[in-house]
Design a protein around this ligand. Structure first.
Ligand SMILES: [Zn+2]
Length: 172
């Protein structure tokens, strides 16, 4: 991270971990743990990047989210990657929650040729419609979060004992 552009959140994050490397080590270890407990260790390692808050601003300007993390599928230029913003690393549980959410996107991408049907708990529909007062926003969120995604995320939340609400919305 370039020091001149650090915000208060970035500085608090670095103070919490001592340095960036320790934050990376934590995230990489958690990736292994989640991979083992929730994905049968089947997800190949991927690039995980921690980015300072200013990198997220464009996203906020366009009103798309206040997410702490994002998943980028592999494209012609870059390999698949998970990006976590400093805000997601201010507490361990939040970091694990958003990492797990992005890992489900990665899993979905990685297993897209498998056609297994997934069902998800009914309460999810309630959580989702309570969260989005705006029908268009809800639809656009749902377009990025399939039934399969929701089925897997409910399984992951249960295994890791994480809040369903947080695992649905604290990441993108
Ligand atoms: Zn998502």
């Amino acid at each position: 991270m370039n020091n001149e552009e650090l915000s208060e959140i970035d500085i608090r994050m670095l103070q919490k971990w001592g340095n960036e490397e320790r934050a990376y080590n934590f995230i990489k270890e958690e990736f292994q743990v989640i991979n083992k407990t929730c994905f049968n260790d089947e997800l190949p390692e991927l690039e995980i990047e921690i980015r300072p808050m200013f990198a997220r601003e464009g996203d906020i300007l366009f009103g798309s989210s206040s997410a702490g993390a994002e998943y980028y599928a592999k494209d012609s230029v870059m390999e698949a990657r998970i990006v976590l913003y400093s805000v997601a690393l201010l507490e361990e549980e939040l970091a694990v929650t958003v990492l797990a959410h992005e890992m489900v996107h990665y899993w979905e991408d990685f297993t897209k040729n498998l056609s297994a049907e997934y069902s998800y708990p009914e309460e999810f529909d309630q959580i989702i419609s309570q969260h989005f007062k705006d029908g268009i926003k809800q639809q656009s969120w749902r377009n990025g979060h399939s039934r399969r995604f929701l089925g897997k995320i409910s399984e992951v939340a249960e295994t890791l004992k994480l809040s369903s609400k947080r695992i649905l919305y604290d990441a993108k």
